[in-house]
Design a protein around this ligand. Structure first.
Ligand code: SF4
Ligand code: SF4
Length: 205
């Protein structure tokens, strides 16, 4: 079932803590014209749920819909029916309480095990060339991890399509880490867990 405005409001409320105890924009902004990379739509284009954009647009004029037409036009082909691209007014006019789910969870995504059960959060490794946090050893805030895990757990309970989508992403991650013969580091509220890429006792991933 598609997410409703009330669901989105609940999920947004869950996410309040910053990703680190320091301003991680200090890692990327100085080499990026003073703009945090994840707040520059030309580098990281925000993807919102349609109901999320509608809700945030009722609250403020921070966000507007964006249809990729230039260099980012290929992104349209990859977009899912529930998603919409959007841009904000920029980092100098950010409204913390009106940030999107994507803003509040970057650079992490959920990780689901072989049985599509939520385990915790993993770095979005496809963003490693953009976000120095992914390749650094800075501590991730325990409160951020706890809030993200609570949010994703609830989201996957609410939306079976999201569960299927992220189960697929997690399968891809298992293939990538399996090829490297490395376990997947998954952040959970009780610590970082090294998740195996193969199901115990079986050969398949
Ligand atoms: S999350 Fe990554 S890209 Fe965004 S401000 Fe922090 S270091 Fe920069
Ligand atoms: S809303 Fe704020 S956190 Fe999100 S992309 Fe815009 S400036 Fe960055």
């Amino acid at each position: 079932m598609a997410l409703r405005a009330a669901d989105i409001a609940e999920l947004l409320r869950t996410l309040q803590a910053p990703v680190t105890d320091f301003d991680c924009g200090t890692l990327c902004a100085p080499g990026n014209g003073g703009v945090p990379v994840c707040c520059n739509a030309a580098q990281v284009l925000p993807v919102l749920y349609k109901a999320e954009l509608a809700l945030l647009q009722k609250r403020s004029d921070l966000w507007r819909r964006h249809v990729p037409r230039g260099q980012d036009a290929p992104l349209r082909a990859a977009a899912r029916p529930c998603d919409v691209f959007a841009v904000c007014k920029g980092h100098t006019q950010c409204e913390r309480h009106n940030r999107s789910l994507a803003c509040r969870t970057f650079p992490f995504e959920p990780y689901l095990d072989h049985d599509a059960r939520f385990v915790g959060i993993v770095f979005a490794f496809d963003q490693a060339h953009l976000c120095p946090l992914i390749t650094s050893d800075h501590d991730i805030s325990p409160q951020f991890i706890a809030e993200c895990c609570a949010m994703w757990s609830r989201m996957l309970e609410l939306d079976a399509d999201e569960r299927a989508f992220y189960a697929g992403c997690s399968r891809t991650l298992r293939r990538q880490f399996g090829a490297l013969r490395r376990p997947i580091p998954v952040f959970t509220p009780t610590g970082v867990v090294a998740c195996p890429t193969r199901r115990a006792g079986r050969r398949g991933r």
